[in-house]
Design a protein around this ligand. Sequence first.
Ligand SMILES: Cc1ncc(COP(=O)(O)O)c(C=O)c1O
Length: 395
Amino acid sequence: MSNSSLLELGQPAVMKNVGRLPVVFTRGEGSRLWDADGKEYLDLLTGISVHNFGHSHPAITEALVRQAGKIIHVSNYFYLEEQVKLAAALTKLTGFQQVFFSNSGAEANEAALKLARKYGKVHLDGKYQIVTARDSFHGRTFGALSATGQPKYQASFQPVVRGFVYAPMNDLDAWKTAIGDQSCAILIELVQGEGGVVPADPEFIAGLVAFCRERRVLVMVDEVQTGFGRTGKYFAYEHFHFRPDVITVAKTLGGGIPCGALLVDERANLFEPGDHSTTIGGGAMAFAAGLAVLDLLQEPGLMAEVIRKGRHIQDTWEEWRKELPVIKGSRGIGMMLALDLNIPSKPVMLKCLERGLVVNAVTDTAIRILPALNIPPAELDEALAIMKQVLREFS
Ligand SMILES: Cc1ncc(COP(=O)(O)O)c(C=O)c1O
């Protein structure tokens, strides 16, 4: 079926809960996508950091095909071979004590929020408030939405869950004020993704973590977008030289099959049987893919390559800035990057799409890219050349 006939079928049937662009993708390989008309695209968005190793990676595909014919789900009354192996591999990689698997990033955060409340009850005389950042994004379920410090996401759904307090990123005094008598935990992204690719300042994080430690407030880091090598470290907290008590992950974890996880250290490991659960929680397909993902992640030299490519992109953008006045600057860490513009970003994104390049207008004036970590340098440069040509047309 053609792109237009699929849209004719899909547009009346698929809910308009997000502003989808009128392209129907039918195939992906590495950093390339094809739509239903066979038009080819370079993908610098990777399903919003779900395909950190590109589309249809042979190792992930092989794991999925093998698993599909073996076993997919039992129930959480039992263990699954791939679940056990993935949990062991994740704890070995990160040093966290234990893992809970969920179906998504939002659900990993729901689990973290419940855990924080339990920590408050058990260790802090019933303290219950959780402090999060303004412009943060933690997901769309009610708890995660309530943690998300952006009124635009909450407005239509008030009242949201109570017990959340918000403070601006990188303003330590504001966080010290927000962490009050009733606070049991903080939940923070170290690079805000949906908020516009805004990295935390190392000094801010050092001060914040020290303050939380003094108050015995749980430090929870949302690594849903920053995890699995996206910033040039396995997890973003490694850039900041501290260990959170809790991290949440998702996206790349299941290699494209829905899966999230909550990883906890001993101090926060408080769930008892019956406290929290989910029927599938990823499932064997996601776990099998996850094992392949962890092997790919630990390939020697990959993290250095991410840093190198990220620097190349930012240096290239900086060069363009000298000749293209529409460019204001850039920000980000590793291959989690945004190009800040002096013009609206959406027309730029649409023009890129027309030219066969997938990027994201993450804010009104910023273009976000989250390329595959293993994108071949020549394809990256090809994508950058399309972007430059488009920006030149807007200059
Ligand atoms: C930092 C962060 N947390 C949580 C989520 C929610 O994850 P999911 O969409 O898998 O529920 C996202 C999604 O973009 C995210 O970027």
